[in-house]
Design a protein around this ligand. Structure first.
Ligand code: 5GP
Length: 207
Protein backbone atom coordinates (compact mmCIF):
# COMPACT_ATOMS: atom_id res chain seq x y z
CA UNK A 1 0.00 0.00 0.00
CA UNK A 2 1.22 3.53 -0.76
CA UNK A 3 2.09 5.68 2.20
CA UNK A 4 -0.13 8.72 2.58
CA UNK A 5 1.25 12.17 1.82
CA UNK A 6 1.14 14.82 4.51
CA UNK A 7 0.21 18.30 3.26
CA UNK A 8 0.49 21.27 5.57
CA UNK A 9 -1.33 24.49 4.70
CA UNK A 10 -0.03 27.20 6.95
CA UNK A 11 0.27 30.96 7.03
CA UNK A 12 -0.94 33.98 8.96
CA UNK A 13 -4.41 34.16 10.46
CA UNK A 14 -7.10 35.38 8.04
CA UNK A 15 -5.29 34.21 4.90
CA UNK A 16 -8.14 31.89 3.96
CA UNK A 17 -6.52 28.59 5.00
CA UNK A 18 -9.74 26.91 6.07
CA UNK A 19 -11.62 27.91 2.89
CA UNK A 20 -8.77 26.57 0.75
CA UNK A 21 -8.66 23.34 2.76
CA UNK A 22 -12.40 22.81 2.32
CA UNK A 23 -12.06 23.28 -1.44
CA UNK A 24 -9.07 20.90 -1.60
CA UNK A 25 -11.01 18.19 0.23
CA UNK A 26 -13.64 18.45 -2.49
CA UNK A 27 -10.99 18.18 -5.23
CA UNK A 28 -9.31 15.17 -3.57
CA UNK A 29 -12.18 13.04 -2.20
CA UNK A 30 -9.81 10.42 -0.70
CA UNK A 31 -7.81 12.98 1.23
CA UNK A 32 -8.31 13.08 4.98
CA UNK A 33 -8.39 16.23 7.08
CA UNK A 34 -6.44 16.43 10.31
CA UNK A 35 -9.18 17.56 12.69
CA UNK A 36 -7.42 19.54 15.42
CA UNK A 37 -8.25 19.84 19.08
CA UNK A 38 -8.85 23.33 20.45
CA UNK A 39 -9.86 25.07 23.64
CA UNK A 40 -11.67 27.85 21.79
CA UNK A 41 -15.47 27.68 21.83
CA UNK A 42 -17.23 26.50 18.66
CA UNK A 43 -18.33 29.16 16.16
CA UNK A 44 -21.84 28.94 14.72
CA UNK A 45 -22.04 25.99 12.36
CA UNK A 46 -18.91 24.26 13.66
CA UNK A 47 -19.41 20.62 14.60
CA UNK A 48 -17.51 18.47 17.10
CA UNK A 49 -15.15 16.04 15.36
CA UNK A 50 -15.69 17.62 11.96
CA UNK A 51 -14.19 21.10 12.31
CA UNK A 52 -12.44 20.61 15.66
CA UNK A 53 -12.47 18.47 18.78
CA UNK A 54 -13.52 21.06 21.35
CA UNK A 55 -11.73 20.42 24.63
CA UNK A 56 -11.64 22.17 27.99
CA UNK A 57 -8.29 23.67 28.93
CA UNK A 58 -7.85 20.97 31.61
CA UNK A 59 -8.47 18.19 29.10
CA UNK A 60 -6.09 19.80 26.59
CA UNK A 61 -3.34 20.04 29.23
CA UNK A 62 -3.95 16.46 30.32
CA UNK A 63 -3.47 15.18 26.76
CA UNK A 64 -0.45 17.42 26.33
CA UNK A 65 1.25 15.90 29.37
CA UNK A 66 0.39 12.43 28.05
CA UNK A 67 2.24 13.25 24.81
CA UNK A 68 -0.88 12.86 22.68
CA UNK A 69 -0.14 15.83 20.44
CA UNK A 70 2.05 15.72 17.34
CA UNK A 71 2.25 19.50 17.63
CA UNK A 72 0.46 22.22 19.53
CA UNK A 73 0.42 26.00 19.86
CA UNK A 74 -1.28 28.78 21.71
CA UNK A 75 -2.88 31.05 19.09
CA UNK A 76 -4.41 34.31 20.30
CA UNK A 77 -5.07 32.92 23.78
CA UNK A 78 -6.51 29.55 22.76
CA UNK A 79 -4.73 26.21 22.56
CA UNK A 80 -4.70 24.22 19.32
CA UNK A 81 -3.12 20.84 18.69
CA UNK A 82 -2.93 17.93 16.31
CA UNK A 83 -3.69 14.58 17.90
CA UNK A 84 -1.10 11.98 16.87
CA UNK A 85 -3.75 9.25 16.75
CA UNK A 86 -5.84 11.12 14.17
CA UNK A 87 -2.92 11.54 11.78
CA UNK A 88 -1.26 8.17 12.29
CA UNK A 89 -4.47 6.26 11.54
CA UNK A 90 -4.96 8.09 8.24
CA UNK A 91 -1.34 7.81 7.09
CA UNK A 92 -1.23 4.11 8.01
CA UNK A 93 -4.34 3.55 5.89
CA UNK A 94 -2.49 5.10 2.94
CA UNK A 95 -4.62 8.23 3.07
CA UNK A 96 -3.18 11.67 2.30
CA UNK A 97 -3.66 14.05 5.20
CA UNK A 98 -4.30 17.78 5.00
CA UNK A 99 -3.40 20.09 7.88
CA UNK A 100 -4.66 23.63 8.52
CA UNK A 101 -2.26 24.82 11.20
CA UNK A 102 -0.40 27.95 12.22
CA UNK A 103 3.29 28.58 11.68
CA UNK A 104 4.42 27.34 15.10
CA UNK A 105 2.62 24.07 14.37
CA UNK A 106 4.03 23.83 10.84
CA UNK A 107 7.53 24.12 12.27
CA UNK A 108 6.92 21.29 14.77
CA UNK A 109 5.43 18.99 12.13
CA UNK A 110 8.35 19.65 9.77
CA UNK A 111 10.82 18.69 12.51
CA UNK A 112 9.11 15.31 12.91
CA UNK A 113 7.89 14.55 9.38
CA UNK A 114 10.30 16.36 7.03
CA UNK A 115 9.02 14.61 3.89
CA UNK A 116 5.63 16.33 4.09
CA UNK A 117 4.66 19.11 1.69
CA UNK A 118 4.69 22.50 3.39
CA UNK A 119 2.69 25.25 1.70
CA UNK A 120 2.62 28.84 2.94
CA UNK A 121 -0.51 30.78 2.09
CA UNK A 122 0.25 34.48 1.66
CA UNK A 123 -2.39 37.22 2.07
CA UNK A 124 -2.57 39.53 -0.97
CA UNK A 125 -2.06 42.70 1.07
CA UNK A 126 -2.49 44.11 4.57
CA UNK A 127 -5.59 46.01 3.45
CA UNK A 128 -7.24 42.88 2.04
CA UNK A 129 -6.34 40.84 5.11
CA UNK A 130 -7.84 43.54 7.36
CA UNK A 131 -11.00 43.40 5.27
CA UNK A 132 -11.19 39.59 5.53
CA UNK A 133 -10.63 39.56 9.28
CA UNK A 134 -13.35 42.21 9.68
CA UNK A 135 -15.74 40.22 7.44
CA UNK A 136 -15.38 37.18 9.73
CA UNK A 137 -17.06 39.28 12.39
CA UNK A 138 -15.27 37.46 15.19
CA UNK A 139 -12.69 40.09 16.25
CA UNK A 140 -12.85 43.69 17.42
CA UNK A 141 -10.84 46.42 15.64
CA UNK A 142 -8.01 46.23 18.18
CA UNK A 143 -7.65 42.46 17.76
CA UNK A 144 -7.64 42.85 13.99
CA UNK A 145 -4.76 45.35 14.18
CA UNK A 146 -2.88 42.98 16.50
CA UNK A 147 -3.37 40.19 13.94
CA UNK A 148 -2.05 42.40 11.14
CA UNK A 149 1.09 43.13 13.18
CA UNK A 150 1.45 39.39 13.85
CA UNK A 151 1.12 38.71 10.12
CA UNK A 152 4.16 40.87 9.36
CA UNK A 153 6.19 38.87 11.91
CA UNK A 154 4.87 35.54 10.66
CA UNK A 155 5.89 36.32 7.08
CA UNK A 156 9.47 35.82 8.25
CA UNK A 157 8.79 32.06 8.42
CA UNK A 158 8.27 31.89 4.64
CA UNK A 159 11.78 30.52 3.84
CA UNK A 160 11.02 27.45 6.01
CA UNK A 161 8.33 26.34 3.53
CA UNK A 162 8.48 24.43 0.24
CA UNK A 163 5.91 26.50 -1.64
CA UNK A 164 4.22 29.88 -1.38
CA UNK A 165 0.87 30.77 -2.88
CA UNK A 166 -0.79 34.18 -2.76
CA UNK A 167 -4.46 33.76 -1.95
CA UNK A 168 -5.95 36.61 -3.96
CA UNK A 169 -8.46 34.52 -5.89
CA UNK A 170 -10.00 31.39 -4.42
CA UNK A 171 -10.31 29.44 -7.66
CA UNK A 172 -6.77 30.26 -8.79
CA UNK A 173 -5.29 29.50 -5.37
CA UNK A 174 -7.03 26.13 -5.16
CA UNK A 175 -5.86 25.28 -8.70
CA UNK A 176 -2.25 26.16 -7.80
CA UNK A 177 -2.27 24.15 -4.56
CA UNK A 178 -3.95 21.27 -6.38
CA UNK A 179 -1.16 21.33 -8.99
CA UNK A 180 1.49 21.28 -6.24
CA UNK A 181 -0.10 18.25 -4.55
CA UNK A 182 -0.56 16.40 -7.84
CA UNK A 183 3.08 16.98 -8.79
CA UNK A 184 4.37 15.97 -5.35
CA UNK A 185 2.50 12.67 -5.55
CA UNK A 186 4.22 11.85 -8.85
CA UNK A 187 7.74 12.38 -7.50
CA UNK A 188 9.92 9.36 -8.17
CA UNK A 189 11.52 9.62 -4.73
CA UNK A 190 8.08 9.37 -3.10
CA UNK A 191 7.31 5.97 -4.63
CA UNK A 192 7.90 2.83 -2.61
CA UNK A 193 10.70 0.64 -3.92
CA UNK A 194 8.29 -2.19 -4.78
CA UNK A 195 6.09 0.24 -6.70
CA UNK A 196 9.08 1.66 -8.56
CA UNK A 197 9.98 -1.84 -9.73
CA UNK A 198 6.40 -2.30 -10.97
CA UNK A 199 6.43 1.07 -12.74
CA UNK A 200 9.73 0.23 -14.41
CA UNK A 201 8.25 -3.08 -15.63
CA UNK A 202 5.13 -1.22 -16.83
CA UNK A 203 3.02 -3.24 -14.37
CA UNK A 204 1.10 -0.22 -13.16
CA UNK A 205 -2.48 -1.54 -13.19
CA UNK A 206 -2.67 -2.36 -9.48
CA UNK A 207 -0.69 0.56 -8.09
P1 5GP B 1 -9.40 29.41 14.08
O1 5GP B 1 -9.67 29.61 15.54
O2 5GP B 1 -9.64 30.64 13.27
O3 5GP B 1 -10.10 28.18 13.53
O4 5GP B 1 -7.84 29.08 13.94
C1 5GP B 1 -6.88 29.98 14.40
C2 5GP B 1 -5.51 29.56 13.93
O5 5GP B 1 -5.14 28.32 14.54
C3 5GP B 1 -5.41 29.35 12.42
O6 5GP B 1 -4.21 29.97 11.98
C4 5GP B 1 -5.33 27.85 12.28
O7 5GP B 1 -4.57 27.46 11.15
C5 5GP B 1 -4.59 27.48 13.56
N1 5GP B 1 -4.80 26.08 13.94
C6 5GP B 1 -5.91 25.33 13.83
N2 5GP B 1 -5.69 24.09 14.27
C7 5GP B 1 -4.40 24.05 14.68
C8 5GP B 1 -3.56 23.02 15.23
O8 5GP B 1 -3.95 21.88 15.44
N3 5GP B 1 -2.30 23.38 15.54
C9 5GP B 1 -1.80 24.62 15.31
N4 5GP B 1 -0.53 24.84 15.62
N5 5GP B 1 -2.55 25.60 14.80
C10 5GP B 1 -3.84 25.33 14.48
Amino acid sequence: MREGLLIVISGPSGTGKSTICQALLECFPHMGFSVSATTRPPRPGEREGEHYFFLSEEEFQRRLVQGKFLEWACVYGNYYGTLRSVVEDMLAAGQDVLFDIDIQGGRQVRAQIPNGVFIFLVPPSCAEQRRRLAARNTDCAETIEQRIRETCLQMEALPEYDYWVINDNLEQTVATVQAIITAEKQRVDRQKEADLVKIMRLEVDDL
